[in-house]
Design a protein around this ligand. Structure first.
Ligand code: BGC
Length: 450
């Protein structure tokens, strides 16, 4: 057996997001969010599932933190629900919302677990959506105001901040395909939303610097590695287009202060109609302390003249293994991605802020959940992460998605990503899966046995 020993100060973590786990959707003066509205609209989420109760983490956070402690995680990545803090998205602050997060943070600190806070993980207050949501430039200002409240309130004890989670998904799923809240289907709106989110990110980083707090701030992107399905020139070009449409769209503005040429070319006239003002790109490029990367799978593509997605067609090799999301398991993609980001975009510290897999877990007769496939998935990805560290990539931590099974957006509760099983039929009982015990062992020894 080989033992891969991670750096001494490597952060082992796990992540969730407010709407996916909290529940208590209308308690303690919380306002309505776009995900409340979306999930309450028939036909939007599988099985009509909603986040009304979710994992009931809002009431059971102490029990959940005790489980985190048992597993041994160093850091918990959570997100804050904007509409708990500001029920209307702006204006009056809801003290009960602040109290909830204050208690949760205190409990984490007592357990010796470092909170890493995502300021926005997709649950915009509905009142702001009613004014145009992220497509309205005014939302940028409201976001910075909201972030400032969090910095003032928690900046003394929270030292790791993530402005946004996956702006790509907000733009594309929320405003192009419409499969996520707010369910808009308009390419131009999607591009504008991406720009406004990036702008709100830059201004928030500036605000954080102004406050001179003792901590780090960054952003989390969902990134992939794109590969051509053959050596043909056409497939190679398709892979480059894919790269520009997913990674480049965000990496280039953040680190180079411009949108990728290829993207501008692909979007054509629509791009020129966007509201991008003088100075915006400089703001977006504001220096961050780290980059958070969410990696799940690669993109293997070929050129297809008939595809209306920029003539790109996804390919799914038959001999590959897939998760319950039907995502190809491809750990080398993580290795290639980290190397590329470090080489071409930033030498700043990197964190894997999400990586994990959904499988059809079941409670077996012995009362345990034997999720060997998840262990294999995590093991192979940890191994690639380790390899990049050895090659000099400043990878500082790894957050497994997710701490527990939860509301998987448009898929509802069907897809289980947790290392803790939630028995939705039995009072949401928590059961540590085999992967949680396996992870406990990795963390305790700071070592991966392969
Ligand atoms: C999101 C999570 C989500 C996970 C699995 C990421 O896109 O940040 O909220 O549950 O992927 O789909």
């Amino acid at each position: 057996m080989n033992k891969l020993i991670f750096p001494k100060d490597f952060i082992w973590g796990s992540a969730t997001a407010s709407y996916q786990v909290e529940g208590a959707f209308d308690e303690d003066a919380k306002g309505e969010s776009i995900w409340d509205r979306f999930s309450h609209t028939p036909g939007k989420v599988e099985n009509g599932d909603t986040g009304d109760v979710a994992c009931d983490h809002y009431h059971r956070y102490k029990e959940d933190i005790a489980l985190m402690k048992e597993i041994g995680i160093d850091s918990y990545r959570l997100s804050i629900s904007w509409s708990r803090i500001l029920p209307e998205g702006k204006g009056e602050i809801n003290q009960q919302g602040l109290d909830f997060y204050r208690n949760l943070i205190d409990e984490l600190l007592k357990a010796g677990i470092k909170p890493a806070i995502t300021i926005y993980h997709w649950d915009l207050p509905q009142a702001l959506q009613d004014e145009g949501g992220w497509a309205n430039r005014q939302t940028v200002k409201y976001f910075v105001d909201y972030a400032e409240i969090l910095f003032n309130e928690f900046g003394d004890v929270v030292s790791q901040w993530i402005t946004h989670n996956e702006p790509y998904v907000v733009a594309v799923h929320g405003h192009l395909t419409g499969s996520h809240a707010p369910g808009i289907k308009d390419p131009k709106v999607a591009m504008q939303v991406a720009h406004n989110i990036l702008l709100s990110h830059g201004l928030t980083v500036k605000k954080y610097r102004e406050l001179e707090l003792d901590g780090e701030i960054g952003i989390t992107l969902n990134l992939t590695s794109s590969y051509p399905n053959s050596n043909s020139q056409e497939d190679n070009e398709a892979a480059k287009r894919m790269e520009a449409c997913i990674n480049g769209w965000f990496l280039e503005p953040l680190f180079k202060g411009k949108y990728p040429e290829k993207l501008i070319e692909l979007y054509g006239a629509k791009f020129n109609q966007l509201d991008i003002r003088a100075g915006d790109m400089d703001i977006i490029k504001e220096e961050i302390d780290f980059l958070g990367i969410n990696y799940y799978s690669r993109s293997l593509v070929r050129h297809n003249e008939d595809s209306d997605f920029f003539k790109i067609e996804g390919v799914k090799p038959e001999d590959s293994k897939y998760t319950a999301m039907d995502w190809e398991i491809y750990p080398d993609g993580l290795y290639d991605l980290l190397i590329k980001v470090n080489r071409e975009y930033t030498q700043k510290p990197l964190y894997i802020t999400e990586n994990g897999a959904a499988f059809d877990d079941e409670i077996s007769e012995d009362g345990r959940v034997h999720d060997q496939e998840r262990i294999n998935y995590l093991k192979s990805h940890f191994q690639r992460a380790y390899k990049t560290i050895k090659e000099g990539v400043p990878l500082k931590g790894y957050y497994v998605w997710s701490l527990m099974d939860n509301f998987e957006w448009a898929y509802g509760y069907d897809k289980r990503f947790g290392i803790i099983y939630i028995d939705y039929n039995k009072d949401r009982k928590r059961i540590l899966k085999d992967s949680a015990y396996w992870y406990q062992n990795v963390i305790a020894n700071n070592t991966l046995d392969i």
